[in-house]
Design a protein around this ligand. Sequence first.
Ligand SMILES: Cc1ncc(COP(=O)(O)O)c(C=O)c1O
Length: 238
Amino acid sequence: DRTRAIMICNPNNPTGYVYSREELEALRQIVLENDLFLLSDEVYREFVYDGQTHTSVMHLKGIEDRTIMLDSVSKRYSACGARIGMLASKNKEVINAALKFGMARLCPPTIEQVATEAGVDTPQSYFDEVIREYTERRDVMVKMLREMPGVVAPNPKGAFYLVVKLPVDDADRFAQWLLTDFDVDNETVMVAPANGFYSTPGLGKEEVRIAYVLNVEDIKKAMNILRLGLKAYPGRTR
Ligand SMILES: Cc1ncc(COP(=O)(O)O)c(C=O)c1O
């Protein structure tokens, strides 16, 4: 009874999941039946692989006044740190309220605003190249992860993350151990324990999120370090 909105992240951080048109239509139905808003964080919408297409909630019919799309430039142009976020909605009340909040705060940085405006003209060829590169990085990482005994790695269709199941007692402890107790020729890897992404305590205990934002050679090196780390970790379970 207290639910006012559904919020999704599509393509998803941390799983890389991309919602299908059918799933979005189902959400549309739930929104209508229960008098809800639908918020969709689509900052990774250009990063969709294997010929899949991304459907924005802005294209769902009949819920235009209930739909809010959240966006940022930081992923699109590999400009993390650029403080330029935005929202889009056809609901004028929402936009007016957001504008008031915007004016009550300090303005976003001027130089990044100018750069963002110029970024609108980025040719599709840039994104084609980026998608080709990310696909290769994902493929290399997934292949190497699947070759490690006891590791379960999905092959997500979007964003640049994987949530991977590892044969460890506690992914948090394993992530710390990699940083404090393990190295290969003075190098190690850092992974994000996935339990923090779940709202249910206890879930994700054996899972980590890995981002494939390094170049292919560095990914190969990192996966080799992870493989050796899993072998040497005292809390290995399988
Ligand atoms: C799904 C999602 N939305 C928003 C952001 C943040 O964007 P910004 O860099 O504009 O703060 C991130 C960054 O990790 C993200 O993964």
